[in-house]
Design a protein around this ligand. Sequence first.
Ligand SMILES: NC(=O)c1ccc[n+]([C@@H]2O[C@H](COP(=O)([O-])OP(=O)(O)OC[C@H]3O[C@@H](n4cnc5c(N)ncnc54)[C@H](OP(=O)(O)O)[C@@H]3O)[C@@H](O)[C@H]2O)c1
Length: 249
Amino acid sequence: MTSSPWALITGAGSGLGAEYAAQLAQSGHSLVLVGRDNARLEMAATRLRAGGAVCEILVADLHSSGDVKRVGKRLASHTHPIRVLVNNAGYGIHGTLASSDSQQERDHLAVHVTAPMELMKAALPGMIDRGEGRIVMVSSVAGYLARGTYSAHKAWGLSIARSLHATHRRQGIHVSAVAPGFTRTEFHQRMEMKTDIFPEIMWLKASDVVRASLRGVELGKAVVIPSLRYKVLVALATVLPARVHQAGT
Ligand SMILES: NC(=O)c1ccc[n+]([C@@H]2O[C@H](COP(=O)([O-])OP(=O)(O)OC[C@H]3O[C@@H](n4cnc5c(N)ncnc54)[C@H](OP(=O)(O)O)[C@@H]3O)[C@@H](O)[C@H]2O)c1
């Protein structure tokens, strides 16, 4: 039994998700780690418990509506209420909508849009009753670009965070999207993307991205773009035509 506030993080076994778990543990949160890979989650939980954090593991595939419901149940718990929800799980896919596999597109949409929407619906009523809550949507600089379905999903994350933040901030609930650029995680390797063409200056550290995001959500920022270089790039992207966004594809 713990009296510290709880945070639930999806995709907590690696990359940004593992970093959210570590930094939220440092700020005194107990954790629910969500992901598909039980062994990875157990390893992360062992590290966090060694540092004194209380940790639960919830193995769930966010492509599955049944698994999303189980995560939603944990979010709606009144006995161990969740203060912070981090919708972080995600990945990139190759190809265009015209040529890609339909089931792959449905799964991709589910992990970035349907699951976060269901999880926020599960979390919000309790947060409203308690008069406090934090929700982080891990979006991307890609959400400002016109680069296929991944960009479109990440644009939804930016838009829904802005909207929910405006709706619920007076109820003590801060909703914040973070829009990182290239960040050193397993993301690019998992999608078998060549990264050596991108200069070192383009790369962010997961710890810096998460620190900026968690500071931003506490300060009540609806959108956080970590680093000056990516703020400039986003400003440029909003005035450049979509065909420029697609360079290199
Ligand atoms: N790295 C970047 O450059 C970058 C830039 C902008 C935005 N982002 C976003 O940051 C988020 C985190 O990615 P990352 O960079 O940390 O990459 P990562 O290291 O590959 O982590 C992605 C996490 O998502 C989880 N995940 C994927 N599909 C899932 C599913 N169906 N159900 C449950 N969990 C699932 C993975 O867990 P399991 O496979 O173990 O289940 C993994 O822990 C993503 O939303 C990504 O779009 C990344």
